[in-house]
Design a protein around this ligand. Structure first.
Ligand code: FAD
Length: 433
């Protein structure tokens, strides 16, 4: 599908915007702004170098739509896998409890679901931001912010001033903490009690076993669900890699939210002992020394995302559990909407109006997506017993269209998530003001 031609910003050469953080959220906002013609977009990133680690990431239809507006979906497709099916299976015996066809998503919503490597998505966003003229400053840690003056103190760089500051500094956002403190609120990320393991297998490791070969060949995302845990697995890198991520209730004391903490394969295998053979064969193949485990945290919905001309975006605004694959997708929508609304301003005096509209449109939708992810985790992680048996019956019925406790595969949730063109909505809403 071709990218829509986006109207250019009226203050393209005048308005200056500082973006804090070069994660998927910060880069998406830089692209969202620069693709509207804004000529003064600067991204400040603490890290000395840019490089996304991590595993596969699902690019849902609503995220595909945003990436099309940004002009980068096509370049991502080369190594992407287009998902045809999502299958929910019982942990112990691999029995299929639910199968949702993703093949017709494109017909219904205009876009399919892809899975890509996180590094490929991150690189595509960065390249596009730079191509469009955004400036990247690495080694630029934001130490302090003055909300009234829209200025920041950057370590080693001194003070910088912009017309708008976008705080895309992630779940541990320092800018959010300062914003909340000014309102007399305490900023607290909440440990969910869940942790995640990440394993990536290579095609050569799976090719000689017919069960495993089928897993890497089929464009299917499988979730094996069991007491206190589930495991998501799907092929990535044009079927040359197999991405496996667990989320499991764990004693997370001592675990960080970084994706870099090495974990013990022996402990992981013990944790999933008794799960089905096909999955265990995969887990046993996890390369020694490459297994990563990290803690999953969220944030309760915020009372607001704005302070003067400073706006929160991405995980800083709506940190979520990953269970409906919407964290980065919502960050992408934030960036596209922000670009659309600021592009409509005819003077810098209109910035507050654009930012208020951004907050009004984005917050309700992103907070709802966070709630859907949480309820999905609760449904998938039930202990064995009568409630779990009832849930399994519901999942089976949902294969033919009934409401599903798994909101990723639930028709009504998909409709609300995937059908909305947030760019068009933002344009219409601004025009009404
Ligand atoms: C296991 C797992 C699976 C997931 N799967 C999916 C999926 O399939 N689909 C999906 O859409 N989403 C998924 N997500 C969610 C997604 O990864 C996140 O929502 C997204 O990456 C958040 O991006 P961000 O840019 O907001 O934050 P971050 O990636 O945390 O980026 C923040 C950046 O800000 C920088 N920074 C921080 N403080 C400062 C400072 N003071 N000065 C300068 N720079 C600073 C940091 O160095 C970092 O680069 C998943 C998440 C997890 C944990």
């Amino acid at each position: 599908m071709a990218a829509t031609l986006l109207p250019k910003a009226r203050l393209a050469g005048q308005m200056s915007i500082g973006v804090v953080g070069a994660g998927i959220g910060g880069l998406a906002s830089a692209v969202g702004l620069a693709s509207r013609g804004f000529q003064h977009v600067t991204i400040y990133e603490s890290a000395p170098e840019i490089g996304e680690v991590g595993a596969g990431i699902q690019v849902a239809p609503n995220f595909c739509r945003v990436l099309t507006h940004f002009g980068i979906l096509e370049r991502l497709k080369r190594d992407a896998v287009r998902l045809e099916q999502a299958s929910v299976r019982r942990y112990v015996n691999d029995e299929q409890l639910n199968s949702t066809s993703f093949a017709n998503l494109e017909k219904e919503y205009g876009y399919p679901t892809f899975v890509v490597h996180r590094a490929d998505l991150h690189r595509a966003l960065l390249e596009r931001a730079l191509e469009l003229g955004a400036k990247l400053r690495t080694n630029s840690h934001v130490e302090d912010i003055d909300f009234e003056k829209t200025s920041m103190q950057i370590k080693g760089l001194g003070t910088v001033k912009h017309d708008v500051i976008v705080a895309a500094d992630g779940i541990k956002s320092g800018i959010r903490a300062k914003m909340m403190a000014r309102r007399g609120e305490i900023d607290e990320t909440i440990p969910t009690g869940e942790a995640a393991y990440r394993v990536i297998l290579k095609r050569e490791q799976m090719e000689n076993d017919p069960d495993l070969k089928r897993l890497i060949d089929e464009p299917t995302a499988i979730r094996w669900i069991g007491p206190d845990a589930h495991i998501v697995a799907y092929p990535i890198k044009a079927h040359n890699g197999y991405n496996i991520v667990s989320t499991h209730i764990s004693n997370t004391v001592g675990l960080t939210e970084d994706w870099t903490a090495r974990a013990s394969k022996e402990i992981m295998l013990k944790r999933f002992d008794g799960w089905n053979d096909k999955l265990m064969k995969c887990l046993r193949l996890a390369p020694e020394g490459e297994l990563v485990e990290w803690a999953l945290r969220i944030h309760l919905p915020l009372s607001g995302w704005l302070d003067h001309n400073v706006a929160l975006l991405g995980d800083a605004a709506h940190a979520t559990l990953p269970h409906i694959a919407q964290g980065a997708a919502q960050a992408g929508e934030d960036g596209a909407v922000l670009g659309t609304l600021l592009a409509r301003c005819t003077s810098v005096e209109e910035i507050p109006k654009a930012l208020k509209t951004y907050e009004r449109l984005r917050k309700a939708r992103a907070d709802w997506a966070v709630a859907m992810a949480k309820s999905t985790g609760e449904a998938l992680h039930m202990p064995d017993g009568p409630q779990q048996a009832a849930r399994d019956e519901q999942l089976k019925k949902a294969s033919t269209g009934a409401t599903s406790p798994d909101k990723w595969g639930d028709k009504a949730t998909q409709q609300k998530l995937y059908s909305l063109d947030v760019v068009q909505q933002a344009d219409q809403e601004f025009a009404k003001l």
